[in-house]
Design a protein around this ligand. Structure first.
Ligand SMILES: Nc1ncnc2c1ncn2[C@@H]1O[C@H](COP(=O)(O)OP(=O)(O)OP(=O)(O)O)[C@@H](O)[C@H]1O
Ligand SMILES: Nc1ncnc2c1ncn2[C@@H]1O[C@H](COP(=O)(O)OP(=O)(O)OP(=O)(O)O)[C@@H](O)[C@H]1O
Ligand SMILES: [Mg+2]
Ligand SMILES: [Mg+2]
Lengths: 218, 218
């Protein structure tokens, strides 16, 4: 489903260049549940942003469902239709409630209101924050915000979910139920997962663990 | 050093009240290294914000070094002089580099420039981001931001450090060195630590583990 070929990315920092990814090649098949681990600063978020069509590599190519992405318009469309993304810092919309944040991707997909409501409420239950559906993000605890971010990424049951440290703020019981939720989508709906994590509680459940150090996939 | 007596706090949410803390009583002695654990949404951040003089309880009292805080002016002063705080979402100043974010508490303390530079560089080394001292927060990885937040809380070697999930975004090796850094300040300088965490790698090293569930300290 996802193929990276010799992907490289570096950042300009003042006069220097920070090499974040060095010729990374990676193949992920449909329905796989893959963990990406590595030290802090090793390039996990950078790689996920490229796989999630949020950013472009300096070199190399990315194929999603066998096809490369040409141009911003196509990237935006495919990102919206084919990928659910859990950001490392959650990326919730501050002026929208938990319910509205989770509903948002469904608005873009043109789903009718009654079905949206039913789908969002199911997700709120699944991540255990039904009682907080009307809270704005600043009226939610860290782990509650993280769970809204997870629910938002999953609500459309997209073919590919990319999650960047999705359990970092969660206690063990909550983390375990998030893993179970993701696995059920994976095995039940064939959703593919690529998860950056240093959390053993998460990587322990993955089919495959890819390791990255200093921008190099080993 | 820190005494909470029957501290209660609830939040208004629309017409409802969300009880976050229920008559919490807690005593922490000088030089103790205490973990506060509990499920997501159980009240950890709320309790830490009160202990850190960032927020006030609805009921009950807080004594810091035996003395209560009266009035905003005194709270600001004592917060600045006596407490280092690691926020769950880091709270870095976006327009300031890693170096400047860590230096900031020293500016408020009137330390001369040469000593400040020396102290900040020591902290940057201690948290392993010396190479990124000039990066702004958005040019840092999640775990690098977290380490800047830790360095900023420790740079003044305050009598009390309050840390809210300080290792959430860190790989195991980095997390272990952060714990070692904090313990050395604790045992070497007698700094007291109150750390909210669900991270076993952290709580395993604490003298004491306090558990909170639904706003009640057991
Ligand atoms: N905009 C940027 N400008 C300069 N350097 C950057 C930028 N974004 C990231 N970097 C650097 O690129 C490297 C890789 O960052 P990345 O966020 O991919 O790491 P990571 O593996 O996700 O780390 P963590 O586990 O701490 O989240 C880091 O050293 C970081 O400082
Ligand atoms: N401003 C607010 N308005 C309304 N409710 C709030 C507000 N801030 C926090 N809460 C609620 O108070 C409860 C306690 O929140 P708190 O942030 O203290 O939990 P926590 O233990 O730190 O959780 P986590 O482990 O997820 O970070 C949560 O249920 C949260 O939704
Ligand atoms: Mg990252
Ligand atoms: Mg919290």
């Amino acid at each position: 489903l996802l193929i990276c070929n010799q992907v490289s990315k570096s950042y300009r920092q003042g006069s220097a260049r920070v090499p974040a990814l060095r010729q990374v090649s990676l193949r992920i098949g449909e329905g796989e549940f893959v963990a990406l681990t590595g030290p802090s600063g090793s390039g996990k978020s950078t790689l996920l942003n490229i796989c999630g069509l949020l950013d472009q590599p300096d070199n190399g190519e990315l194929l999603l469902a066998g096809r490369p992405c040409h141009g911003e318009r196509e990237r935006v469309k495919r990102r919206r239709d084919e990928i659910g993304f859990v950001f490392q810092n959650f990326g919730l919309i501050p002026v929208m409630s938990a319910f509205e944040n989770i509903e948002y991707p469904l608005l873009l997909s043109g789903m009718p209101a009654a079905r949206r409501k039913e789908r969002v409420e199911r997700m709120l239950d699944a991540v255990g924050i039904a009682d907080f559906s009307h809270h704005l993000p600043d009226a939610l605890s860290g782990g509650q915000r993280q769970r809204v971010a997870i629910a938002r990424a999953l609500v459309k049951e997209p073919p590919l979910v990319i999650a960047d440290e999705p359990t970092a703020n969660l206690d063990t019981a909550t983390a375990e139920s998030m893993v179970a939720l993701m696995k059920s989508l994976c095995h039940g709906m064939g959703v593919t997962f690529l998860i950056a994590t240093h959390d053993e509680r998460m990587s322990a459940h993955c089919d495959r663990i890819e390791r990255i150090i200093d921008g190099v996939l080993s």
